[in-house]
Design a protein around this ligand. Sequence first.
Ligand code: NAD
Ligand code: GLY
Length: 365
Amino acid sequence: MSSTLYSLHVDLPSGGIDRSYPIVIGHGVLGDGEGFAELLGDSPVVLVSNDTVAPLYMSRVRDALGKGRKVTEVILPDGEDQKHLESANQIWQKALEDHHERRSVFIALGGGVIGDLTGYSAACFLRGVDFIQLPTTLLAQVDSSVGGKTGVNHPLGKNMIGAFHQPRAVLIDLDSLKTLPDREFAAGVAEIIKYGCIWEPDFYHWLLQNSDALLTRNNDVLAEAIHRSCGIKAAVVAQDEREGGLRAILNFGHTFAHAIEHVMGYGVWLHGEAVACGMVMAAKISAARGQVSEDMVTGLISFLEAFGLPVEPPPAMSAEVFLNAMAGDKKVLRGKIRYVLLERLGCACLVEDVTTEEINQILMK
Ligand code: NAD
Ligand code: GLY
């Protein structure tokens, strides 16, 4: 049995065709045969997952897709280090061998790695087929599955090859979080509090008040946190699908985070862990500029620490190390590093004038 708790839409400027799509949040969604039938009609499917998630959820989805449907399964090895063009090639190879066509739909069952990879594979296959996101990590449910950024890593940089390709639907099954390890869960929480910081002070305060319930994965609190996060991401993406401006605020904490991930080696810190630390750094600079209160920074730190998230960068990372690493980031524009700071709680701003001195100051605090 499936039950939908929330349903919302990502409304996109039409460009002649309706590209808006639903985000459904509920229990039992992965096994909802009627839901899939409504979305897919009789379309053939390429179902992509990895060898951690597939044993847990693949058969449930397979059954829900129905016996009469052509389904090609692709199960890749788990890991960020598999998010490369050769994995996309494996998906294309299987899809071609099974004679998939333009009306075929790719389905991503897994975390952000599988979502980004499957979305990119769909964007390129036969010059573009539809895909559906079935995100099974908290991070993927509140962030990567929504908004149409797809891609793979290149030896010279993370997410450097990609395409904007919006999914046909995002179906979030809260039940899938039951098997998610604590560390991965916490990484998703970091992205959730980000939305409160940059967009909605009420949500920020609500999260601080409900942190104990969130920590124990209370169903109602978790569902509401995911719903409110997706709502904010949908609103931002609807206004700026291709990151011409506003969407960059979603990178709050990410400039510092990417530097940490790059210097430490990808996977040593989870992305959400690096984002947690990066948000604290950005909040501290905002506080030093008098834009948010010291209390706000303290509250953010306590919240993140309760989930075991790091709030300080690795000791080896000096301001110079940060600046060198950040200079190679995608967020560099005309040679200048762009930072997302808080103009006030709930309102983010993009700046380029953060000085080495300011970074030194917060590293000493
Ligand atoms: P991930 O996909 O590697 O998943 C984390 C781990 O959890 C993996 O080992 C995975 O197999 C496992 N897992 C997934 N679901 C599970 C479940 N229900 N139960 C047990 N284990 C489960 O990592 P992630 O944090 O989901 O995503 C990170 C990726 O997302 C990065 O590649 C990042 O670049 C990308 N990303 C993309 C966007 C975007 O807008 N497209 C945004 C943020 C992050
Ligand atoms: N995760 C940032 C974005 O989707 O723009």
